[in-house]
Design a protein around this ligand. Structure first.
Ligand code: ZN
Length: 434
C-alpha cells in the first residue's frame, strides 16, 4: 500500500512540476524571440524602450520563477521524504506537548521552516529584480520593519486561529469539517473587515481623497452606477514600490483605495475608466461569485480531509505512526497542490471572463473607451507587463487577459456600439509614451 501511495503522489507531483516548468520555459522562449518589439496594434501607443524593458523584466522574473519553482519542489520532496515531519512530531511530543499545543507548535514550526527557506527568494525578488527595474523603493530598514510587523500580526491573529481550528477538529464530532468550514469562513469575513481598518494602516497611510475634480467625478460615477461605497482613499504606495494599482475591499459596501502611484500617472478620465471597471466587478457580482466558489472549494477540501484522517496507510506512507490532525494539515499543505493544479487554468479562464465583462461595463457606464484603452496601456507600461506571453502560459496563469486581448475586445465592443465610436479613435493621439 505504502509503495502504491507514494508512487501515485510522486507521479502527480512530477506532472505538476513538469507542466509548470515546461510552460515557463515555453514562455521564456517566446518572450526572448518576440517580446522586445512593439506589437503592431500598439505602434504609436507604446515606446520601443518600454517594449524592451518589459521583455527584460519578464525574462528576469521568469528565469527566477523557474529557479524558485525548482528549489521549492526539491525542498517539498525533501521535507516529505527525509523523515523530518515524523521526527518533528516525535520531538515536540517528547518535549511534553500534546493536544492543541502540539497541533499549534507543529504547524508553526513547519511554517517557520518554509518561511526561512523562501526568505532568500523574497529578498532577491525585491532587492535585486525589483530594484534593477526601478520599482523597489524600500530600504532594508523598512523591509525589516514590515517583516517584524507581519510576524506580530501573524502571531496575534494566527495563533488564536490555529487553536480555534484544533478545537473544531477535535471537539465537534463526526461533522467537524462542517463546523470548521463555518469557523474558517467567519474568520475570513472578519478579516475582510479587519484588514482595511486595522492591518493595512499599520503599513501604509490612507487619506481620504481630497476634494476636487477627481473626487466629485468618482462620487458622481458611483451614484450613476447605483454603487454604495464606504469611502474613497489614497494610499501612499509609492513608499515601497513604483507599481501602480487601485483596489476595492469589502463585499457589500467596499472602500475604494487608489495608489498614489496611479494618480501621479493617469488623467482623471483614465482613473475613472479604471474605477468603473472595478465597480463593474461588483455590479456583475464577480466578487460574490468568487467568494462562493472559494467557499465551495474550502468545504470540499475539508470534507476530503475528514476522509483522509480515517486512512492510516496515507500517514504511514509518509513515516507517521498514526493519523493526527497536524500531520493531516502538513501533508495537505505540502502535497495537496499536486492534485489540484489542473484547476489553475479553469480559475484563470473564469477570472479573465470577468475582466472582459468589467471592461465592457466600464465602457457602457462611462462611455469613455478611449480613456480605458489608454489607462490599460499606461498600467501595462508602469508594471512592465509581458506584451507577448506564450498562449499556453497565459491560458494557464493569467487572471487578466493580455493587453492586446483586452484592446481587441474593446474594439469589438465599440464596433457593436457605434455611438461610442468617435471617442475610440484608435489612431495614436495623446499617446502615453513615458
Ligand atoms: Zn478587473
Amino acid at each position: 500500500m505504502t509503495l502504491w501511495i507514494l508512487s501515485v503522489f510522486l507521479a502527480f507531483f512530477l506532472l505538476h512540476y513538469l507542466v509548470e516548468a515546461g510552460l515557463t520555459v515555453l514562455n521564456l522562449r517566446q518572450v526572448a524571440a518576440h517580446g522586445g518589439r512593439v506589437p503592431p496594434g500598439l505602434a504609436g501607443w507604446l515606446a520601443p524602450e518600454t517594449a524592451r524593458r518589459s521583455q527584460a523584466y519578464t525574462l528576469a522574473k521568469g528565469r527566477f520563477a523557474l529557479l524558485r519553482g525548482t528549489v521549492g519542489a526539491v525542498v517539498t520532496l525533501a521535507v516529505l521524504f527525509s523523515g523530518l515531519l515524523p521526527w518533528l512530531d516525535a520531538r515536540l511530543g517528547a518535549a511534553g506537548l500534546a493536544g492543541a499545543n502540539l497541533f499549534v507548535a507543529y504547524l508553526v514550526a513547519l511554517g517557520a521552516l518554509l518561511g526561512v527557506v523562501s526568505l532568500p527568494f523574497r529578498l532577491y525578488a525585491t532587492f535585486a529584480i525589483e530594484t534593477r527595474f526601478g520599482f523597489n523603493r524600500m530600504t532594508w530598514r523598512m523591509w525589516l520593519r514590515d517583516r517584524l510587523k507581519g510576524l506580530c500580526i501573524a502571531a496575534a491573529l494566527g495563533l488564536p486561529f490555529l487553536y480555534g481550528v484544533h478545537a473544531f477538529m477535535a471537539h465537534t464530532g463526526a461533522w467537524w469539517w462542517l463546523w470548521l468550514f463555518a469557523f474558517v469562513t467567519a474568520f475570513q469575513l472578519v478579516m475582510v473587515w479587519l484588514y482595511p481598518t486595522l492591518i493595512a494602516p499599520l503599513f501604509n497611510r490612507f487619506t481620504p481623497l481630497p476634494a476636487g475634480e477627481m473626487r466629485e467625478r468618482v462620487e458622481a460615477l458611483a451614484r450613476k452606477a447605483g454603487f454604495r461605497m464606504r469611502g474613497l482613499y489614497l494610499m501612499d504606495a509609492s513608499r515601497r514600490s513604483g507599481h501602480s494599482n487601485a483596489y476595492f475591499t469589502g463585499f457589500f459596501r467596499p472602500r475604494i483605495v487608489l495608489f498614489d502611484t496611479l494618480l501621479e500617472k493617469v488623467s482623471v478620465d483614465e482613473a475613472l475608466a479604471v474605477l468603473a471597471h472595478e465597480i463593474g466587478h461588483y455590479r456583475a457580482r464577480h466578487v460574490h461569485k468568487s467568494l462562493a466558489i472559494h467557499m465551495a472549494g474550502l468545504l470540499l477540501t475539508l470534507y476530503l480531509l475528514s476522509l483522509l484522517l480515517h486512512w492510516p496507510p496515507l500517514f504511514q506512507a509518509f513515516g507517521f505512526a498514526a493519523p493526527s490532525y497536524h500531520a493531516a494539515l502538513a501533508l495537505l499543505t505540502l502535497g495537496g497542490g499536486a492534485f489540484t493544479f489542473f484547476l489553475a487554468p479553469l480559475a484563470a479562464w473564469y477570472s479573465r471572463r470577468n475582466e472582459y465583462e468589467a471592461d465592457a461595463y466600464s465602457v457602457r457606464l462611462l462611455g469613455l473607451p478611449k480613456a480605458l484603452k489608454s489607462a490599460l496601456i499606461r498600467l501595462n507600461d508602469q508594471n512592465l507587463s509581458n506584451l507577448a506571453p506564450h498562449p499556453w502560459y497565459s491560458r494557464y496563469h493569467y487572471s487578466h487577459p493580455t493587453l492586446l486581448e483586452r484592446l481587441a475586445a474593446l474594439e469589438r465592443l465599440v464596433a457593436r456600439h457605434p455611438a461610442e465610436r468617435s471617442d475610440l479613435a484608435l489612431a495614436p493621439g495623446g499617446a502615453p509614451t513615458p
